[in-house]
Ligand binder design. Structure first.
Ligand SMILES: [Zn+2]
Length: 301
């Protein structure tokens, strides 16, 4: 599935690598309890929650930004043929290369691959298999990754390369090819993205803001995995490396974007995969509600 919308003259496309009711909330959120669903039942459609499975809908998205002559990917999904511990990510064989080409972001067209953080589901299409070697998928692109995350995940990988092979098969090959630049707080990228530090989920996670004034949007990565973390912002995932920092970042982010018209574009939300935050003390436990974006209309090819 591929959806496109615009902010000013910037074209934003989200390509879904896969989506489905994959996550048990009691596993994903260590602090989850059944009252969370009960409080939020009114808006929990099948876009986000399958009651009969008791599973949350989670997507893996690759966002594409097209402006002027720039073709920018925000995060690069899981990738094909990568050995991974989680069954839903293991040795995928999707049509992402063809879908990228259909969106005008083929391997040769992409100018920048910008990572919010370096978990394995955000770096996978950095590389493809060439014989038995992982090589850069986007040979003409600058690969930009948060410096603090690079240092953190490099340390983990050097301690135990087998624990999470994604650093070895998806980060090191682009580094060795000389294609990597590091991102620090406040950097401007490709003339259109502003990097804002959003730590907690990982130590170096970045958000990337785009647009101006009333036409602002933000790639907010894994501050949220699911809209339940907007209504119930105390919910951290089991993968949040710095739990208290992650909660503070989430609350500060909600305060910043609520009622501003800022389009939030996380990686993992179900359809329509992006939206807005408004203040609403009647919903959830946090005083915020998720407002799905107007869905993109079907288009003729
Ligand atoms: Zn993720």
């Amino acid at each position: 599935m591929i959806y496109t919308r615009s902010i000013g003259d910037i074209r934003l496309t989200n390509l879904i690598e896969y989506v489905g009711p994959t996550h048990d909330p009691f596993v994903t959120f260590p602090d989850f309890d059944a009252s969370v669903v009960a409080r939020n039942r009114d808006w929990l459609t099948n876009a986000h929650w399958y009651a009969n499975l008791q599973r949350m809908v989670i997507a893996i998205q690759i966002w594409i930004v097209q402006t002027g002559d720039k073709v920018i990917l925000i995060d690069s999904g899981v990738g094909n043929r990568k050995p991974r511990a989680a069954a839903r990510m293991h040795l995928l064989n999707t049509l992402v290369p063809q879908w990228l080409a259909a969106a005008g972001a083929s391997f040769d067209q992409v100018t920048h691959v910008v990572m919010t953080h370096l978990h394995g589901d955000h770096v996978g299409w950095n590389t493809v298999l060439d014989g038995d070697r992982w090589v850069p998928a986007f040979p003409k692109a600058h690969y930009l990754m948060p410096r603090l995350d690079f240092d953190y995940f490099k340390g983990l990988y050097e301690q135990n390369p087998a624990a999470d092979p994604s650093f070895g098969d998806s980060v090191i090959p682009v580094l060795d090819a000389g294609l990597v630049d590091f991102v620090d707080e406040g950097d401007e990228i490709a003339g259109c993205l502003r990097a804002v530090f959003a730590p907690g989920h990982t130590p170096g996670q970045m958000n990337y803001w785009i647009g101006e004034g009333h036409q602002q949007a933000v790639f907010c990565a894994d501050i949220f995995h699911h809209p339940l973390q907007i209504t119930d912002p105390h919910l951290n995932t089991a993968f949040c490396v710095l739990p208290e920092v992650a909660r503070k970042t989430r609350r500060d982010f909600l305060d910043r974007v609520a009622d501003t018209g800022t389009l939030i574009m996380p990686c993992h939300f179900g359809w329509p995969h992006c939206g807005y935050v408004r203040r609403d003390s009647r919903i959830g436990a946090g005083g915020f509600a998720f407002v799905p974006a107007e869905p993109d209309l079907p288009q003729r090819n």
